[in-house]
Design a protein around this ligand. Sequence first.
Ligand SMILES: C[S@@+](CC[C@H](N)C(=O)[O-])C[C@H]1O[C@@H](n2cnc3c(N)ncnc32)[C@H](O)[C@@H]1O
Length: 277
Amino acid sequence: MNPYLQEYTADEAVQKYVSETAGSGIAYLLHHVYGRVYEEQIDKLIARSGDQIAFRILEYGCGGGMNLIWIAKRLLDRRLKLDFACGTDFSQKMVEAAKKEASSFLPNTMSDKVSFHTVSNENLSRDLPRELGQALAELQNSFHLILGVNTFRYCFRLGKQAESAGDIFSLLQPGGYSVMIDMNRSFPFFRSKLRDRLTKPKDQRSLPSLEQYATVFADAGFEIEMKKNFCWVPHSAGPAMLASLRTLSPLLQSLFSRFAMRSLIIARKPSIQSHSL
Ligand SMILES: C[S@@+](CC[C@H](N)C(=O)[O-])C[C@H]1O[C@@H](n2cnc3c(N)ncnc32)[C@H](O)[C@@H]1O
């Protein structure tokens, strides 16, 4: 049994990844930091394919679905088309929470376009077709944007990082984007790192370097458009911590970017045919 599944099935874990209880930090990051990254990829896709593009988006390891729901809402606000958005997670409890979150925060008109499914990161190609009721061949080369936030480290810990990156590559359209955001192992103040050191074996708390994250995507065939450390606001930050860290962030980023909280890899699947998007 996957040793992390129990952790992410507990009610207290679920509370950390739904908007009501996740903290002010993630709400700020979605609007001002992660959200900007997603919009940049959306804008690049529009620049290439025009604003009639009907987006197909996948978020793996989606937890309570906050990132995917934010993107779906943003597309709606910008009057852009969504063909479909699906979120996957290996924890059924997270998937149920994400479905609830979507029904609370998205209009009914979007309910047939946004769905959540119990699928593990290392079996995307194997299990997503069954969940979506489509053949693998229909799903391959079909997504415009695939994202994973604070979940790819588990692919490494299971030794399945190449499989996951390979599946992401095959599901993306040529010219499509993968956005991977995860913990930066050089950030010195993660509380979870200290707790895990006391309670977990070494292989269950290891964190890849920025270079290791980038290499696995490059080896899968991607062009790496950006690799950097960024973000100085914890997801769980309350209003007071958020207020001071958001003010300090530009200074911290310019002086100490290597020690920021997250690693970001933006990877593009090469366009083999210019008309493919
Ligand atoms: C730190 S949480 C992040 C949740 C969400 N991406 C967010 O940022 O709010 C990590 C998520 O990855 C999921 N996860 C961990 N290992 C996984 C795996 N092998 N396959 C699918 N999901 C996994 C967990 O269930 C959990 O929802």
